[in-house]
Write a protein that binds this ligand. Structure first.
Ligand code: ATP
Length: 282
């Protein structure tokens, strides 16, 4: 098995007694790859990330079947702290930062689970190095390091949430809707940072409703629909399918009968021919 790769096989998740949120989900994230998961509200995207990060029980959810393996280690159902130590770190949806702590304290909190730091204890060299890397990636956080996190803009809080996750030195970063509620310019900046993180060798599993951003960033993508993998393939192939263009990229053009028949694309700015999409390749 490839070290640093994530393999999910036949994953089933329920909430409480009756909500079957994921049904037979299989996907993989190669080491150093960026993989996107698309889907409408309620499709199961966040549930998938919770299952991988071990936080399902915080939401009264549980894995009932299937497996999650990372770098040869079985992660399914393990404690979240064990999963962080294995190198898998989640940035939760809604950029939950500690509003009353400073930017610096938020970043130190991100290193806690890894290095056993306590408030007031001297910041270790390793933590300082990680923090400097975060500040290189997000110079605005360095400028605001003493400021209370609650006073940052939405985009800056997203940067801090990502920065805090990076303090745990992830090898696989789980990102839940990083573009949610952000202005287009800020979405572009966050996308640039995700690209930079991936270029530094960190694998990324990205959950997004903004399919344009997700398909642009990812090498490979999966479309979830009511808890199941509906489509899977390279981002380039998925971006050319009618279903993704119509439902997730907001292109009415893809619904035209001549487009569906593979006729010349007319006003379509992407002239590449459509490829048939394989369902999950197993
Ligand atoms: P969104 O984009 O709106 O966040 P999502 O694709 O992330 O949606 P999930 O939040 O994973 O979807 O939800 C998948 C299904 O599980 C939905 O039917 C949802 O109502 C249900 N669900 C999610 N969390 C819980 C919970 N804590 N208890 C019960 N059901 C839940």
């Amino acid at each position: 098995m490839e070290p640093g790769a994530l393999f999910v096989q036949g994953l089933e998740v329920v909430y409480g007694r009756s909500v079957r949120a994921l049904r037979g989900i299989s996907l993989d994230v190669p080491a150093n790859g960026v993989v996107a998961v698309l889907g409408a509200n309620g499709a199961g995207k966040s549930t998938l990330l919770r299952a991988v990060s071990g936080t399902l029980s915080l939401h009264r959810g549980a894995i009932t079947a299937g497996s999650i393996e990372y770098g040869g280690e079985r992660l399914g159902g393990r404690d979240p702290a064990v999963i962080v130590r294995a190198g898998v770190v989640q940035v939760p949806e809604g950029r939950r930062v500690f509003a009353n702590l400073s930017v610096d304290e938020n970043l130190q909190a991100g290193a806690l689970s890894m290095r056993g730091l306590r408030r007031g204890k001297r910041v270790s060299t390793a933590t300082r190095t990680s923090r400097d890397r975060v500040f290189d990636l997000f110079p605005v956080l360095a400028e605001r390091r003493e400021q209370r996190a609650g006073l940052l803009s939405g985009g800056e809080q997203q940067m801090l949430a990502i920065g805090r996750a990076l303090m745990a030195s992830p090898r696989l970063l789980l990102l839940d809707e990083p573009s949610l509620g952000l202005a287009p310019r800020m979405v572009g900046r966050i996308a640039g940072v995700v690209r930079e993180i991936a270029a530094q060798g960190v694998a990324v599993l990205l959950v997004e409703q903004n399919a344009t951003v997700a398909l642009d960033l990812a090498d490979k993508a999966y479309v979830l629909d009511v808890g199941e993998v509906r489509l899977a393939g390279s981002s380039a192939d998925l971006a050319r399918t009618d279903e993704v263009r119509r439902l997730y990229l907001g292109e009415a053009e893809a619904a035209r009968p001549d487009a569906a028949a593979g006729a010349p694309p007319g006003r379509d700015p992407r002239p590449a021919p459509r490829k048939p999409l394989r369902r999950w390749e197993g």
